[in-house]
Design a protein around this ligand. Structure first.
Ligand SMILES: [Zn+2]
Ligand SMILES: [Zn+2]
Length: 380
């Protein structure tokens, strides 16, 4: 048994060690043809397929553009050359750079660490080759903004890091690990907010694993409305650590309640098509869903989740009543309800719970481990 655990740890370490720098496809949905590169901190050198091209000075402004299937680099009016790949590699202790798009115009972003550029589909493919923890700080800011309490940033950092490491394959076909949009995780570049940067660094390397030392699916949502849901009630997969928990922390907070009115004929035709048994009015127009039911009368036929998608509702946790010819849905929470409730977690952080206590409250029976501790294990 001990040997099995050791082997699992060993396998996990090898997989994670190579992921400490990660390639993020940035501005991935834009057809970028031309950018300007400049240094904001540290030192940089340009490398191409032929090796090192030159060291940059801190004031240099380098134009990079797509040109007849290659990447053209120029400085001022002077063309330096055309290449198949171009890497801006940070050579200082702490490096960050700015890119300004020229075509399409108007986007300015700052990133930590390195920029790798390739040609893909007659445009530039921009990859931010970045230290995992620097990336995590950027994601936390893009995903939750600057308002939450400091302790919350730490658990969000651990969640984003866990997600990143378990999804490094997502864009491998396109030549990188993750994109910078919500498809993977929103990422708009470097975070300049010290509470977020500190949270990413203070939790450096921390990830959440299950009892088999596999990275968990760290699902989260805005507000559960008082009770989270089992994973299999929303998705097909049952995961032991994504269990329903009663959550009083998000009650009376942001996104706690909502209401939507629906034309009663629209409602009736949808429900009777899906649920022939719901023929009488008391079944059709009344449901007191105090215990977060999964199904709308009768197991297996129509789920609250189905109704949520059909009518674009904030959550699948609502009561149904009839009021002067309209069906009134009175709901609680915002989002799918699986895993960590962000509003509840923020309240827990405000009340003094630690990031570890909060993660263990929403994810049952998981472990928070440190990748560097696993490296140590391996060497032992
Ligand atoms: Zn993606
Ligand atoms: Zn909640």
């Amino acid at each position: 048994m001990k040997k099995t655990i050791f082997l699992l740890l060993f396998a996990f370490t090898i997989q994670s060690a190579s992921a400490e720098f990660i390639n993020i496809g940035v501005l991935a949905s834009k057809k970028v043809l031309s950018i300007d590169f400049s240094i904001r901190a540290g030192q940089y050198a340009i490398f191409t397929e032929n090796g090192k091209l030159k060291d940059l000075n801190s004031k240099d402004l380098i134009r990079v553009e797509y040109h007849q299937g290659l990447i053209r680099i120029s400085e001022g009016q002077k063309v330096i050359g055309d290449f198949r790949k171009v890497n801006f590699i940070g050579t200082g202790w702490y490096n960050h750079f700015k890119i300004q798009t020229i075509s399409p115009g108007g986007i300015e972003r700052r990133y930590d660490d390195n920029l790798k550029i390739l040609v893909q589909r007659s445009s530039l493919l921009l990859l931010n080759n970045i230290d995992l923890d620097n990336y995590v700080a950027g994601v936390v800011e893009a995903e939750v903004g600057r308002k939450p309490p400091k302790e919350f940033f730490k658990l969000q950092a651990i969640i984003c890091r866990t997600y990143a490491l378990s999804n490094t394959h997502k864009h491998l076909v396109e030549g990188y690990n993750l994109c910078d949009e919500v498809h993977c995780q929103a990422y708009h570049g470097k975070s300049f907010y010290s509470d977020i940067v500190d949270a990413a660094m203070q939790t450096k390397g921390a990830v959440i694993v299950d009892s088999d030392i596999h990275l968990i699916t760290a699902a989260f949502h805005s507000s559960c409305g008082g009770e989270t849901v089992n994973s299999e009630d929303v998705w097909s997969k049952s995961l032991y650590y994504l269990r329903s928990v009663k959550d009083t922390f998000c009650l009376n907070k942001k996104n706690a309640i909502w209401e939507k009115k629906i034309d009663s004929n629209t409602w009736k035709s949808y429900l009777t098509a899906k649920l022939p048994a719901a023929s009488n009015d008391s079944l059709l127009y009344h449901y007191n869903n105090s215990d977060r039911s999964v199904f709308y009368y009768g197991k297996g036929s129509l789920s609250f989740e189905d109704i949520r998608h059909k009518f674009h509702l904030r959550s699948a946790f609502f009561n149904v009543q009839l009021d002067t010819g309209k069906v009134v849905l009175k709901g609680r929470g915002y989002g799918h309800g699986v895993g960590l409730c962000q509003i509840g977690a923020m309240e827990m952080a405000n009340q003094g719970y630690s990031y570890s206590e909060i993660l263990h409250f929403y994810y049952s029976g998981v472990h928070i481990i440190d990748l560097s501790a696993l490296d140590f294990f391996k060497e032992d």
